[in-house]
Ligand binder design. Structure first.
Ligand SMILES: Nc1nc2c(ncn2[C@@H]2O[C@H](COP(=O)(O)OP(=O)(O)OP(=O)(O)O)[C@@H](O)[C@H]2O)c(=O)[nH]1
Ligand SMILES: [Mg+2]
Length: 436
């Protein structure tokens, strides 16, 4: 009974961070602010922060032993139930720290906290499986070998598993479960690929909305398409990609996909677990990178986003840089030479609608610049090709002649490649142009 009551109380937490050679105090402060937001998204409250300048982290406890005693004292005086480290902890560091802070206080790291939020927010079957797999690979080894192991299950932040199945920390079951999850996810991956192939045949342009968590990605998609996606002032409100059809003012239809947000120090296991979901971004024709321009840390958010895109192999696509939340003020204008042939920048507020017309205009320009007007001649003996043309390009005009049809169509690079042999003229030169 007492245990149940305890579960309903929000976790009272102390956040711990260290300034290392690689980080400045300001970088740590921002990271700790973000950690506090992650904590409140997970339902905890911060009662204190503890930081230390430590060039060489202690192998046993990360922070020095004096600091660790201070931490234990703070925990005891403030009814603390949780300690969250901003950087990664090894399983043995967690064990040693838990011994020092004493009974009833759990020690977790940033990645475990993020995974906990993911566990709470995963909606679809695939999302849940991906989170569980990441938890088995990252969190479970960190909870193993604790005397109080079982009591940690379902006991607050850092211990929650997705869906029905509680996080399993028994070694024997662990490997079996990991294998089962991997094969289930692989199966879902196959289905996704099949769906993709049929989508590709449509020749419809795909735009992925990506960016740092809480930048306003879902709000922008909702604004454009009435998608009705949950948009909240929480980190990682969206975990499952949502795709909506959207008609540009010129009538051309495109697909817009909302994706999971990025964050600094995203656990590697999470990146690989969500790879198939994140692949949506890699497979898109155009990227829309959303950044919260009112956030003082927005430049680093953009950097994190671009680095992750690079890691996923999605760099170098035509990109529309959308600086959002301008109603709250712009921390700093960015022109960083991003206005190139393929890229574009726009300042908007998805909340007030300011700049949204320009956003659509720029998006349309990017979509249409990928398409070119081509004249095709289709001999009567191959009349079926006209159907293909209708499917993969925008047919503007068809003239019926004696030996065949002359068709004028707007086609993207993919379609142009596919139908090259029917192109009347100019297509070769144009193609070279495009490849330059
Ligand atoms: N003031 C202001 N708030 C905004 C604007 N756009 C979005 N927001 C708010 O910012 C919060 C986050 O918006 P979301 O659309 O959920 O952000 P997201 O990028 O989808 O976030 P995740 O799914 O968590 O990665 C919500 O509370 C929105 O109402 C804007 O232009 N101005
Ligand atoms: Mg979202």
């Amino acid at each position: 009974m007492e245990h149940e009551n305890k579960m309903k109380q929000p976790d009272r937490a102390i956040l711990v961070g260290i300034v290392t050679q690689k980080e400045t105090q300001q970088m740590l402060d921002r990271s700790m602010d973000e950690l506090e937001r992650l904590l409140s998204t997970a339902g905890g409250v911060c009662v204190a922060r503890l930081t230390q300048n430590k060039e060489a982290p202690d192998t046993r406890t990360l922070i020095g032993s004096g600091k660790a005693s201070e931490l234990a004292y703070l925990c005891a005086c403030n009814d603390v139930t949780l300690v969250v480290f901003d950087c990664e902890l090894s399983p043995s560091q967690i064990r040693n720290l838990e011994d020092i802070v004493g009974d009833g206080v759990r020690v977790i790291d940033r990645s475990m906290l993020i995974l906990d939020i993911f566990a709470l927010h995963a909606v679809t079957g695939e999302g849940k499986l991906q989170v569980e797999l990441a938890q088995l690979k990252y969190t479970a080894p960190r909870l193993m070998g604790h005397g109080s192991e079982m009591s940690r299950l379902g006991g607050g932040i850092g211990t929650r598993g997705p869906g029905e199945s509680k996080l399993e920390t028994d070694r024997r079951h662990l490997m079996r479960r990991v294998r089962a999850l991997e094969s289930q996810i692989e199966e879902m991956d196959k289905n996704r690929k099949t769906m993709r192939t049929s989508r590709e045949k449509n020749g419809i342009m795909e735009v992925a909305i990506v960016g740092y968590t809480n930048a306003g990605k879902s709000t922008i998609l909702n604004k454009l398409t009435d998608a009705g996606i949950l948009a909240e002032d929480k980190l990682f409100a969206t975990l499952d990609p949502t795709t909506r059809k959207y008609a540009l003012p010129c009538g051309e239809e495109i697909l817009l996909t909302d994706t999971v947000g990025f964050i600094n120090k995203l656990p590697h296991h999470l990146v690989s677990a969500f790879k198939s979901t994140l692949e949506e971004a890699c497979l898109a024709d155009i990227l829309m990178i959303i950044t919260d321009a009112s956030d003082p840390a927005f430049a680093s958010h953009l950097e994190v986003t671009e680095n992750l895109l690079k890691e996923l192999g999605a760099e170098g696509k035509p990109t529309l840089y959308v600086f959002n939340k301008c109603d709250k003020g712009i921390a700093e204008r960015m022109s960083i030479g991003r206005e190139s042939k393929n890229d574009s920048t726009v300042y908007v507020s998805a909340l007030t609608g300011q700049g949204m017309v320009q956003l659509v205009e720029k998006l349309e320009a990017m979509v249409m610049s990928g398409k070119k007007r081509v004249v095709y001649f289709i001999p009567n003996s191959e009349a079926g090709v006209l159907n293909t043309l209708y499917r993969i390009s925008t047919v503007e005009d068809v003239e019926y002649g004696e030996s065949g049809m002359t068709v004028s169509a707007l086609a993207d690079a993919k379609a142009r490649g596919q139908l090259k042999k029917y192109a009347v003229d100019g297509e070769e030169e144009e193609k070279e142009d495009w490849e330059e």
